[in-house]
Design a protein around this ligand. Structure first.
Ligand code: HEC
Length: 244
């Protein structure tokens, strides 16, 4: 009854039995372990060689990925496109910034006595910070700078008795710049004013005080009203052009 012949394995008729099917599967020899998808030795060796030589080449030519190698010493940047009209004026530094930085340079003549801070040296050289002379009008300042001052001299309640040298050998520009600098940097200035002293004002001061032969005394300077201003047009801080 249970002979091979009696087994019906006709799949097409759907009559194969589950037991027969599993018998057939069990009879097959299993795959060899070496054939279960492992990578061949030659592929491993080639991959290793690519990594070693490729990596070596990358490291020997990348300079440690330092950004400096990307900027050639022969690199010449394209000139900046020129801006036109209103943009150009905006890009240009304001006239007053240049005037102040020039004034700061002229002030190098003054720091031995008045100090870079403008605080002077107690008992010897008066301060410009908190000085009623710097805070006042431009006329007294023009007179002091062009002809100097000789003590005794009172500044902010303290008495000084030394010589402030005359600076008439400096150009009108330089005197104007240094006065602008000390007024705007160390002082305050009368209301409605911007602290600027112009070349034109110093020219006017030279004429006005040309009769002065010796350094001023305090009494002579006090005779000039504290808020008196040198004549000269005010200027546009952006362009330096006289205001109408
Ligand atoms: C050699 C030292 C010396 C130098 C340099 C000097 N000053 Fe003076 N300055 C004096 C003295 C001293 C007085 C006070 C006058 C006195 O004692 O007779 C004075 C007074 C002044 C005053 C009026 C008083 C005050 O403190 O506000 C101004 C403003 C001034 N100097 C500005 C300047 C400027 C700006 C420079 C540089 C261009 C300058 N001085 C360079 C010594 C000096």
């Amino acid at each position: 009854m249970d002979t091979p012949d009696s087994k019906n394995i006709d799949y097409r008729q759907g009559t194969v039995s589950a037991v027969d099917l599993h018998d057939a599967v069990r009879r097959e020899t299993p795959l060899h372990p070496g054939e279960r998808g492992t990578v061949g030795v030659s592929v491993l060796v080639i991959s290793a060689l690519i990594l070693i030589f490729g990596g070596g080449h990358l490291f020997s030519t990348s300079n440690g990925f330092n950004s400096s190698i990307y900027i050639s010493s022969h690199y010449v940047p394209e000139p900046r496109p020129s801006l036109s009209g209103a943009e150009e004026t905006a890009a240009k530094a304001a006239w007053i910034d240049q005037w102040m930085s020039d004034g700061k340079k002229v002030y190098a003549n003054c720091i031995a006595c008045h100090q870079a801070s403008g605080l002077g040296i107690a008992g010897q050289f008066p301060p410009l910070v908190g000085s009623e002379w710097v805070d006042g009008g431009t006329k007294r300042l023009g007179a002091i700078l062009l002809h100097g001052a000789n003590g005794p001299f009172k500044v902010a309640g303290q008495s000084y008795n030394q010589l402030m040298p005359a600076w008439s050998t400096l150009s009108d520009d330089k005197i104007a710049q240094v006065l602008t600098y000390i007024r705007r940097e160390f002082g305050s200035f009368p209301e409605g004013e911007d602290g600027v002293v112009t070349t034109e004002m110093i020219k006017a001061a030279r004429d006005e005080f040309s009769g002065q032969a010796a350094p001023y005394t305090e009494a002579e300077l006090l005779a000039i009203p504290a808020d008196a201003a040198l004549s000269g047009a005010r200027v546009d801080l952006q362009t330096g052009e006289p205001l109408p």
